[in-house]
Write a protein of this length. Structure first.
Length: 210
């Protein structure tokens, strides 16, 4: 019998591994379905760029939130006294959309690098699409990204109830996808030529390196 602790530890280790183009297709599909998606991958592999590219193609605004820099109150907002109603209300953070017609993408970058208390606050926003008195507009979508434990970055174990809210994919490097991107973005021929000659140098991040 697998313990709850073991199941939680496995989160992020059994994700579907995809190329950048496959990640874009999966993300586009999840945005249309309003399904939160969690993209795992090594540092500098292009997770943020993929989110921005897909959002631009769908003409959506990206609200980029670096979650490790936030406190739990940054998500729920700050309480203040409403003298007209004689009660305490919450002022939501300015980063979160309030326009009922908004189709923005809230990008929770480095989600699993945020402190557990911040992840707990984000859980309510992701699960219920609300936190405190704030409600996400109906057209707003949520995407998150983070590094894997094997990348040796600052990470915290993601609670299983939070992880279960996401569709999980893991991004891997793919030369053919990079070549397509390099051609469209007019990367210098010398760079393209070198990477074609030494494909192993397209991405050589070593988490064990000094």
């Amino acid at each position: 019998m697998v313990s709850k602790k073991d199941k939680t530890a496995a989160v992020g280790s059994q994700n579907r591994t995809v190329t950048p183009n496959e990640a874009k297709a999966a993300l586009a599909h999840c945005l249309q379905l309003q399904r939160p998606l969690m993209m795992w991958g090594a540092p500098g592999i292009g997770k943020s760029d993929i989110v921005k590219q897909v959002a631009e193609e769908q003409k959506r605004q990206v609200i980029d939130i670096r979650l490790p820099l936030w406190e739990p109150t940054d998500i729920k907002g700050i309480p203040y006294y409403n003298s007209k109603e004689n009660n305490m209300v919450w002022a939501p953070p300015a980063e979160l959309p309030t326009d009922a017609e908004s189709t923005a993408v809230i990008f929770l970058d480095e989600l699993n690098s945020a402190a557990p208390a911040v992840q707990a606050a984000a859980y309510q926003l992701i699960l219920n699409r609300r936190v405190g008195q704030y409600h996400l507009p109906e057209g707003v979508a949520i995407v998150a990204a983070g590094n894997r434990d094997a990348d040796k970055g600052v990470t915290y174990r993601m609670p299983a109830p939070l992880a279960n809210r996401f569709v999980h994919i893991e991004l891997r490097v793919d030369y053919e996808d990079w070549m397509q991107w390099a051609t469209l973005n007019r990367v210098h021929p010398d760079v393209v030529g070198y990477v074609t000659f030494a494909k192993q140098d397209l991405y050589d991040f070593d988490p064990k390196g000094s």
